[in-house]
Design a protein around this ligand. Structure first.
Ligand code: FES
Length: 656
């Protein structure tokens, strides 16, 4: 057996953010994945006969064996050139040992397409909004058109419009029509007893004509385009009911983990924007197909789509180059909402259907934040309310009926498991909650879907930090407490101390799941970004701090991560202000709810337009106090303990 224990080769598997240190050159990628308990589609179980175990080598192709004859049979030449391989046929070359001797670092990056992953990710689709009226932009009208005669020589279209105003007096005339529908009119009126259904968008344009009475079949689809995940909600526009929901990983992840790396991909590739836009729309079309299939309707019966997403996702969806968003002063191409025809971007709904994209605030505060504001109706609150939307980037919204501000903080993706040695996204086997008994330091935990633990997701990481503080394993500055460093739960890994969360024999990984100070530092940076961002925004809004509570009366946690974290622990480590736990609410995928509201009530679009003028955008990182505030907030819960009411809980935790 080829053992290379002293010089590990690193493989990063994306989009699941799992890292593997190679210690043996005998295993195929399929065997490595099995060993990590990452289940992939492999119907022939590695025999090379099913061709299902396709993955993509993004970096480090040169360290792998050349494609085998089996791979050449299953994979097109062009795809092989793009790094597509079969996991069961791919191994690290034996010759890498020479490079290891020369102390060269070997790092591979491998993308696992969603269709080969068997344990799907936990993607949050539900959320809580404040409710919405039913007044959609899309309305359907059933008409019986009178036959023409010598006494009624009015042209077909004009007869239709006249009948519309006769049957539905509230509809305002004039009404326009899509040119391509004119050709359909004679056949529709002749074939079918002159009974037709009109679809009108925004009270101004006929976008569809159908035979018979189809006025009860009125559908729309709302999308939340996240950097990591996509969620689509198929809605009945006549009764506000959600008919189906589907979610997928954003396929752009294979070209870059976050928005900055996707902008870099566009910069470096002449066709980068086209590639990112088309893979996104293709995946959205799959969501449309799946949701329609669920309720047995044709995708062309969907007359409108509404879209929210961060500014970079928004631009890529529209085929607009987001490069400027990545460069100071971070200017988007368009800020207002926009309506485009579905056919212009190949979104597979009614070809004349409308796609409404909600407005965005700034380069780093996008239409998803508008979605959160619309669904939470923070602009109607009496109490000063803080909303944090925790995703790959962090958005902060503070306000009430009198005042409203938004800002963005660079929270990084540690809370999604990235840059954490044993971190992972929320998927089966991720440790999602942890308790440590302060008396004997015994650890208990739960995992998603009760699978054997294979890594730690964001909510588990917050719990670990909070529990390590309570058990005095960690100091408030984020180092391991000197009194406890010799405890048996610590191991030395190349002279770096790590704390064991799960023992080797309790995981399928055959090695411990640990947490190191480098991991703790990532969590500190994320929580400090939020806390300091909130403080800076309060200062801009009110020109002072009330340090004990920062004046905030209510906290809403939006986004997938916000939905699963322990509220008390989030407060305990100092990520959010110290307010009563009962006033901290988890509102789930509020951005997605906002997209739904925009589909169901056209007035929501007017509110969004007005909010663009009303809401203050605060550039947090440019504030002169930001660095100091950030450094102080790196402490657990904060350098200045006086900000926190439950002082007793922290008193026995060493500061350093
Ligand atoms: S597992 Fe069947 S070809 Fe690889």
């Amino acid at each position: 057996m080829e053992n290379i224990k002293d010089n590990p080769i690193i493989i990063d598997f994306e989009p699941i953010s799992r890292r593997f240190n190679v210690t043996s050159l005998d295993k195929t990628l399929y065997e490595i994945l099995l060993g990590m308990d990452i289940r992939i589609r492999a119907e022939c179980r590695g025999k090379g006969t099913c061709g299902k175990c396709r993955l993509q080598i993004q970096e480090g192709n040169q360290f792998l064996n050349p494609p085998t004859k089996i791979e050449q049979r299953f994979i097109l030449d062009g795809d092989i050139e793009d790094g597509v391989r079969l996991a069961c046929q791919t191994k690290i070359k034996k010759t890498v040992k020479d490079q290891l001797k020369a102390n060269k670092n070997i790092n591979l990056k491998i993308y696992l397409p969603e269709n080969i992953l068997i344990d799907n990710f936990q993607i949050l689709t539900s959320g809580i909004g404040k409710g919405v009226e039913l007044n959609p932009a899309i309305k359907k009208y059933f008409l019986k058109i009178p036959k023409p005669s010598f006494d009624n020589q009015v042209a077909d279209l004009e007869r239709i419009i006249c009948q519309l105003s006769n049957q539905y007096s509230h509809v305002k005339i004039p009404i326009n029509i899509e040119y391509n529908l004119l050709k359909k009119i004679p056949k529709l009126l002749n074939d079918n007893n002159s009974e037709i259904t009109l679809t009108i968008w925004n009270g101004e344009k006929i976008i569809n004509l159908e035979q018979n009475n189809l006025s009860n079949k009125n559908y729309g689809i709302a999308f939340d385009i996240g950097t990591t995940t996509l969620v689509g909600y198929l809605l009945n526009l006549n009764n506000k009911k959600i008919y189906a929901v589907d979610s997928k990983l954003n396929p752009q992840t294979q070209y870059g983990e976050d928005v900055i790396s996707r902008i870099a991909f566009i910069k470096e590739n002449p066709k980068g924007l086209e590639i990112l836009q088309s893979c996104l729309i293709k995946e959205m079309n799959k969501i449309i197909f799946n949701t329609c299939k669920n309720v047995n309707i044709n995708p062309h019966q969907i007359s409108e789509a509404s879209i929210v997403g961060n500014s970079v996702m928004h631009h890529i969806f529209l085929g607009l180059n987001p490069i400027q968003i990545g460069i100071s002063p971070y200017i988007p191409i368009i800020q207002n909402s926009i309506d485009i025809k579905a056919r212009t971007i190949n979104l597979n709904i009614l070809k004349n259907g409308n796609v409404h994209i909600l407005p965005l605030f700034a380069g780093f505060v996008g239409a998803d934040t508008m979605g959160v504001i619309i669904s939470s109706k923070i602009y109607e609150e009496n109490e000063l309310t803080l909303i944090i939307d925790i995703g790959t980037n962090g958005e902060i919204i503070i306000g009430n009926k009198d005042i409203l501000a938004v800002g963005s903080c660079a929270a990084g993706s540690a809370l999604e498991g990235a840059h954490i040695k044993h971190g992972m996204r929320a998927a089966a086997g991720a440790i999602d909650s942890v308790k440590i008994d302060p008396k004997n330091l015994e650890i208990s935990y739960t995992t998603i879907r009760n699978k054997k633990p294979i890594g730690i997701c964001g909510s588990g990481l917050i719990d670990i930090v909070a529990e390590m503080l309570r058990a005095k394993i960690l100091t408030r500055s984020g180092s391991f407490s000197k009194e406890i460093i010799h405890h048996k739960n610590f191991i030395d890994n190349s002279n770096v101390k790590e704390y064991i969360i799960v023992n080797e024999h309790d995981t399928p990984l055959n090695r411990q799941i640990t947490i190191s100070l480098a991991d703790i530092r990532q969590i500190q940076m994320a929580k400090a970004a939020f806390y300091s961002g909130i403080k800076i925004m309060i200062k801009h809004l009110f020109d002072h701090f009330d340090d004990n509570s920062l004046n905030i009366e209510k906290v809403l946690l939006a986004g997938a991560f916000g939905n699963y974290i322990d509220k008390e622990n989030t407060k305990f480590i100092g990520m959010i202000p110290d307010i009563n736990k009962d006033n901290i609410l988890q509102i789930g995928n509020a951005a997605g709810i906002g997209a739904q509201y925009s589909l169901l009530d056209i007035n929501t679009r007017k509110i969004a337009k007005n909010l663009l003028d009303k809401v203050r955008y605060i550039e947090i990182a440019r504030d002169k106090n930001f660095q100091r505030e950030y450094a102080e907030a790196m402490y657990f819960p904060h350098m200045n303990l006086g900000f926190f009411s439950n002082l007793k809980e922290y008193q026995n935790i060493p500061k350093r």
